[in-house]
Design a binder for this molecule. Structure first.
Ligand code: NAP
Ligand code: HSE
Length: 432
C-alpha cells in the first residue's frame, strides 16, 4: 500500500494558499518523486470566518494543539509569519517529533541557532528555502551544491516589494504610495510593509545568506540597514542621467583581517551591471566562491506560487527523508565564530546631492571640504533643476572608507554655503 505522509499547515494566506494549490496541481508527479502520497491533514488559521474556497474539503482549525497533538502529522509547515507565536509553534512541533518547513525569515534570522538546536536534539528536519529569494533556490545551493567552495562574497536584490516599487518609480514615474499599495495587493509585501521599505526584510535575508555563505552566525542585529524611504524622484532622475539605476542591495563580504561585512542599503548601479536589469518582483543573488568563480541565481522573489514552489520542494525533501528514515542530514553549518567588520572600515563610492547657495565660489568650498577629509571626486555637476534661489551640487566620489565619508559629510554640513545634504547613496562599481 502507498505510504501517506501527513502535513499540518500553519497559515492560509498568500503563501499557504499557494502551497495547497501546488500540492494539488502537481499531486501525481510529487507522489512519484517522493515514493509516498502527501496529504494535508489540517490547516491552522486565525479567523475561520474568512471565505477561502481553496480550503474546501480540508480540515481547518483555529487551535494549534489540534495540529501539535495529532500523532499522524509528520511535517508542520509554518506560513504565518512574524516572530511569535510562529517560533513557539515551530519549537513545539519539533519537540513533538515533527519536522518543520518554514518561509519565516524573521525567526530564522533571529533564532536560527535555537531552531537548529531543537531539530538536532529531536532528530528532525528544519528547512527554510522560501525564507530568502521567494521561489529562487538559494538556501539549498549554499548548503549543498556550493559547499565545496569557500564563499567570499554574496550580493543581491532580495526584496521583491522594494524592487517592484523602484522599478515602477523608475520606468513609469509612479509615486511611492500608490506603487506600495500595488505591491501589497499583489501579495508581495510583509504584513507590515515597513519591514520591506525600511530594509528589515532584506536585512533578515542578508543575515541568513551570510550565515550560510561564511559558516558563522550573523543575526539581524549584526546587519547595517537602510531602506528606500529617503529615495526621491530627483535621485531617480539624477541616477538615470548619470547612467545608473537605484536598487536596494544586500551585500555580504568575508574580508580577510577585518571580518564579515553585512549590509543592506540603496545603491546606484551602473546600467550595464547584471543586477541593474533585475526588475519588478524578480530577485537575483550573486555568489563568489573560490572554486566556482561567480554564480548568479535569478527568479521571482515573492508571490503566492513562486514562494510555494520553494516551500513544497522543502516538504518533498523532508518527505524523502521520512521515506528513507534519515533526518537532519544538513542542519546548522555555522561552525566558525568570525568577527564583524567595523562599519567605518567598509569601502564604497558615494553619490552626494547638496542644496547650496547660488553664488560664486561655492563649488570650491564644497570640493575643499571633500578633499580635506581625503575624499576624492570622480565627477561633480552643479544645476538649478527644481530649485528656486539655490543650486544643487551632485558629486560622485571615488572609493573611500565609510569613516572618511562621514568626516566629509560633517565638514559639508558645517559650511555656511551648504543649506542641506539632500541625499547620500552608495555607488556600486561595475563588475570587472
Ligand atoms: P499572509 O498572507 O498574511 O498570511 C498569513 C496567514 O497566517 C493567514 O492565513 C493568517 O490567518 C495566518 N495567521 C497569522 N497569525 C496567526 C496566528 N497567530 N494563528 C493562526 N493563524 C495565523 O502572509 P504570507 O504573505 O502568506 O506570508 C507568510 C510567511 O511567508 C511570512 O513569514 C512571510 O515573510 C513569508 N514569505 C512570504 C512571501 C510572499 O510573497 N508573500 C514570500 C516569501 C516568504 P488569517 O488569514 O485567518 O488571518
Ligand atoms: N515581502 C517579501 C518581499 C516577501 O517583498 O520580498 C518575500 O520574502
Amino acid at each position: 500500500m502507498q505510504k501517506v505522509i501527513k502535513i499540518g499547515i500553519l497559515g492560509a494566506g498568500t503563501v499557504g494558499s499557494g502551497v495547497i494549490k501546488v500540492l494539488e496541481m502537481n499531486r501525481r508527479q510529487i507522489t512519484e518523486r517522493v515514493g509516498a502520497e502527501l496529504q494535508v491533514q489540517q490547516v491552522l488559521v486565525r479567523d475561520s470566518s474568512k471565505v477561502r474556497p481553496f480550503l474546501d474539503g480540508y480540515k481547518v482549525t483555529t487551535n494549534i494543539d489540534d495540529i501539535l497533538n495529532d500523532k499522524e502529522i509528520d511535517i508542520v509547515v509554518e506560513l504565518m509569519g512574524g516572530l511569535n507565536p510562529a517560533k513557539d509553534y515551530m519549537l513545539k512541533a519539533m519537540a513533538a517529533g515533527k519536522s518543520v518547513v518554514t518561509a519565516n525569515k524573521d525567526v530564522v534570522a533571529q533564532f536560527g541557532k535555537e531552531m537548529f538546536a531543537m531539530a538536532e536534539e529531536k532528530n528532525v528536519d528544519f528547512l527554510f528555502e522560501a525564507s530568502v529569494g521567494g521561489g529562487i533556490p538559494i538556501i539549498t545551493p549554499l548548503k549543498q551544491c556550493l559547499t565545496a567552495n569557500q564563499v567570499t562574497e554574496i550580493m543581491g536584490i532580495v526584496n521583491g516589494t522594494t524592487n517592484y516599487m523602484l522599478t515602477k518609480m523608475t520606468e513609469c514615474g509612479s509615486d511611492y504610495d500608490s506603487v506600495l499599495k500595488e505591491a501589497q495587493e499583489k501579495g508581495y509585501a510583509e504584513a507590515n510593509p515597513s519591514a520591506d521599505v525600511d530594509g528589515l526584510d532584506a536585512a533578515r535575508k542578508a543575515a541568513i545568506l551570510a550565515s550560510l555563505a561564511f559558516n558563522t552566525r550573523v543575526e539581524l542585529k549584526d546587519v547595517s540597514v537602510e531602506g528606500i524611504t529617503k529615495i526621491t524622484p530627483d535621485d531617480i532622475d539624477y541616477a538615470r542621467n548619470l547612467g545608473y539605476v537605484i536598487k536596494l542591495l544586500a551585500v555580504g563580504k568575508d574580508i580577510p583581517e577585518l571580518g564579515v561585512d553585512v549590509r543592506v542599503h540603496p545603491v546606484f548601479l551602473p546600467k550595464e551591471h547584471p543586477l541593474a536589469s533585475v526588475n519588478g518582483v524578480f530577485n537575483a543573488i550573486f555568489v563568489r566562491g573560490n572554486a566556482i568563480g561567480e554564480a548568479m541565481f535569478y527568479g521571482q522573489g515573492a508571490g503566492s506560487l513562486p514562494t510555494a514552489s520553494a516551500v513544497v520542494s522543502d516538504i518533498i525533501d523532508v518527505s524523502r527523508d521520512i521515506v528513507r528514515g534519515t533526518f537532519g542530514r544538513v542542519l546548522c553549518t555555522c561552525y566558525e565564530d568570525k568577527p564583524l567588520c567595523p562599519l567605518d572600515k567598509t569601502e564604497s563610492s558615494y553619490y552626494v546631492r547638496l542644496l547650496v547657495d547660488d553664488k560664486p565660489g561655492v563649488l570650491g568650498y564644497v570640493a575643499t571640504a571633500f578633499g580635506n577629509a581625503g575624499v576624492s571626486l570622480e565627477s561633480v555637476i552643479q544645476t538649478q533643476r527644481n530649485v528656486v534661489d539655490h543650486a544643487e551640487i551632485v558629486a560622485i566620489t571615488h572609493r573611500v572608507e565609510h569613516a572618511q565619508m562621514q568626516a566629509a559629510l560633517s565638514a559639508l554640513a558645517a559650511l555656511d554655503v551648504v543649506d542641506e545634504i539632500r541625499s547620500v547613496i552608495r555607488v556600486e562599481q561595475e563588475r570587472g
